[in-house]
Design a protein around this ligand. Structure first.
Ligand SMILES: Nc1ncnc2c1ncn2[C@@H]1O[C@H](COP(=O)(O)OP(=O)(O)OP(=O)(O)O)[C@@H](O)[C@H]1O
Ligand SMILES: [Mg+2]
Length: 251
């Protein structure tokens, strides 16, 4: 195992409420890992702890470590803008800014102080191509991103994350607000992206987890029940609780 990002003995509290218990998970580079489990089990909480998005929530207390490329992301003096460019996030609802496609995708580069237009143009094109949306937007780069379909907006949001050259992409139910055809396109995009990036995605769609993920982590009530190669877990779960969840008996 040579994990790119891992949690070590992670406990997370919202005030007095403990949402995560002693989570130890290590994520392999160039794989897709699916986080599954019933509503409220802590999937989003865990995902947000991987790039410190929980810092934005009042009263959150975290114990344990998240190591990214061996370094603790909760150490003092970590630059959060840089951290979140290395570990990007895509949300359930596509959330493009109400600007043009070009301005959305170039946003992070401009934030990072890059001014060279040729360099920005090249990054915008590369990112939109990698997010498999270039052909649909290349003649409309100056059109408002909100004027595109939900599935197109989601791929524009993926391009926005890619533009700042992340290593890890976190996705929280990235297709659950999309129609089946748009979902399928985003799934295809994810499979292409894992050649270059590491993807950790939350999904309630077990068929999707089965189709696209290399490994699956099953959460229940703030704990990891089982973490294994997806094929192995789906065919031969080690725990009865996992078998029951996969069979639709709860959640
Ligand atoms: N900002 C918050 N303040 C207090 N409690 C929270 C907060 N966010 C989440 N929780 C609680 O933490 C637990 C885990 O929530 P989380 O959103 O991580 O679950 P989830 O597995 O992503 O669920 P879903 O599948 O419904 O998205 C739940 O009990 C939830 O109510
Ligand atoms: Mg969630």
């Amino acid at each position: 195992m040579s994990a790119i990002i891992e949690s070590q003995n992670l406990n997370l509290f919202y005030g007095d409420f403990q949402a995560l218990y002693d989570i130890n998970l290590a994520f392999e580079p160039n794989e897709i890992t699916a986080l599954i489990g019933p509503s409220g089990c802590g999937k989003s909480t865990f995902l947000r702890s991987l790039n410190r998005m929980n810092d934005l929530i009042d009263g959150v207390k975290i114990q344990g470590k998240i190591l990214f490329q061996g370094n603790d992301i909760y150490a003092p003096h970590v630059d959060l803008v840089e951290l979140r460019s290395q570990i990007g996030m895509v949300f359930q609802q596509p959330n493009p800014f109400p600007f043009s496609v070009y301005d959305n995708v170039s946003f992070g580069l401009k934030l990072a102080g890059i001014k060279d237009k040729a360099q920005i143009d090249a990054a915008v094109e590369r990112s939109l191509k990698q997010a498999a949306i270039w052909d649909e937007v290349k003649d409309k780069l100056h059109q408002n991103a909100l004027s595109f379909s939900g599935g197109q907006q989601q791929r524009i949001c993926i391009a926005r994350v890619l533009a700042v050259s992340p290593e890890v992409i976190l996705m929280d139910e990235p297709t659950s607000a999309l129609d089946p055809i748009s979902s399928a396109k985003v799934e295809e995009t994810m499979l292409e992206l894992k050649e270059q990036y590491t993807i950790i995605t939350v999904t309630h769609n077990l068929a999707q987890a089965g189709r696209i993920s290399d490994r699956t982590a099953f959460f229940n009530a703030g704990k990891i029940v089982e973490f294994d190669k997806t094929k192995k877990m789906f065919l031969k779960p080690a725990k009865q609780e996992t078998a029951d969840y996969l069979a639709g008996k709860f959640g």
